[in-house]
Design a protein around this ligand. Structure first.
Ligand SMILES: C[S@@+](CC[C@H](N)C(=O)[O-])C[C@H]1O[C@@H](n2cnc3c(N)ncnc32)[C@H](O)[C@@H]1O
Length: 323
């Protein structure tokens, strides 16, 4: 049953501890190399529905997944309630996998030369399409709102000037232009292109939109008592999950003085299980420095009917300027 997973799962042990005991059907909405899905099966899940929008994740799993009670689905996790119903748990491990980052041909890395692509699903608008075609203001907003790049306007202006001479086709072409625009960072600091590349990747894959819709879909697909565990990698994502849990899971249950405990009426669709986000312990930090900024939050579904939530309630960065 073993396979050589090229992606080291992050926060898997604390996640499995937080959702124990595991049983029934689970959705792994970010299958990747399948580390979480296998962990869930080994912890007791009868079946895992592994969702990933990246066709390469499916190709890589072909050799081993047939020996496991795992069903693979190529979908966006924001549609998870269209592929299953009344599940016992949902896990989301957001962002890109090491396989995606490490392959120059996918265009996610500013350290390796490759086509300026960044599309997890390999469909839709690529990063090159955005930098070559979008208005300067849109590029600046993407870098600022999604990448938290303070020098977004300067970089956007330089991109628009440069593309008149030669369109962008490769990752290093863009990384070098960004470095020339805002200066090289000091040794030990993140590369000058880190934030811009993050912003572009989030825009290309509509990562915040998918997270917002995915959290609502998880609420619809979980049965009462089902668990939702989300691992985030940067502050905007974590803030969105935190706000969602605050708005839809405020720990309060309305208790009738005369009713038995189990008859209490929940006032929110979730009950929060992690008062504070859980991060990696010292050992995981040592073994896998990539876990540094990972945060886990877990909540349990109540019997209350699922309800939609506005993106603004999650403080999702608003590219429309509120229009
Ligand atoms: C950080 S990796 C997950 C790694 C996985 N937990 C493991 O142990 O191997 C994230 C994966 O989720 C996928 N992904 C990200 N956003 C998605 C979305 N909205 N819908 C479906 N898959 C998504 C990516 O293609 C990537 O393979």
């Amino acid at each position: 049953m073993a396979s050589d997973a090229p992606h080291v799962p992050v926060l898997l042990r604390p996640l499995l501890e937080a959702v124990a005991p595991v049983s029934g059907t689970w959705i792994d909405g970010t299958f990747g190399a399948g580390g979480y899905a296998r962990g869930l099966v080994e912890a007791g899940a009868a079946r895992v529905i592994g969702i990933d929008q990246d066709p390469q994740a499916h190709e890589m799993a072909e050799a081993w997944v047939k020996d496991w009670p795992i069903t693979l689905v190529r979908e966006n996790f924001s549609n998870m309630d269209k592929v299953a119903e009344a599940v016992d748990g949902v896990v989301l491990d957001l962002g890109v996998s090491s396989m995606q980052l490490d392959q120059a041909g996918r265009g996610f890395s500013f350290m390796k030369d490759g086509p300026l692509d960044m599309r997890m699903s390999q469909t839709g608008r690529s990063a090159a399409d955005i930098v070559n075609e979008a208005e300067e203001a849109e590029i600046a907003d993407i870098l600022y709102l999604y990448g938290e790049e303070r020098q977004s306007r300067r970089i956007a202006r330089r991109i628009v000037e440069a593309r008149k001479v030669e369109p962008f086709t490769t990752t290093l072409q863009l990384a070098e232009l960004i470095e020339r625009s805002i200066g090289r960072t000091k040794p030990g600091q993140a590369h000058a292109a880190t934030r811009s590349f993050q912003g572009l990747r989030i825009a290309v894959n509509d990562e915040y939109g998918a997270l917002w819709r995915g959290l609502m879909a998880a609420e619809r697909v979980l049965k009462p008592g089902g668990l939702l565990a989300v691992v985030t990698f940067h502050s905007i994502e974590d803030r969105m999950v935190k706000r969602f849990f605050q708005a839809h899971g405020d720990r309060k249950t309305h208790k009738n003085r005369y009713a038995r405990e189990e008859e209490a009426t929940p006032e929110t669709p979730f009950e929060i299980l992690t008062r504070k986000a859980v991060g990696p312990d010292a050992q995981e930090l040592k073994d896998n420095p990539r876990s540094r900024s990972a945060k886990l939050r877990v909540a349990r579904r109540t019997t209350m009917l699922a309800q939609d939530i506005a993106a603004a309630e999650l403080s999702m960065p608003d590219m429309t300027g509120g229009q």
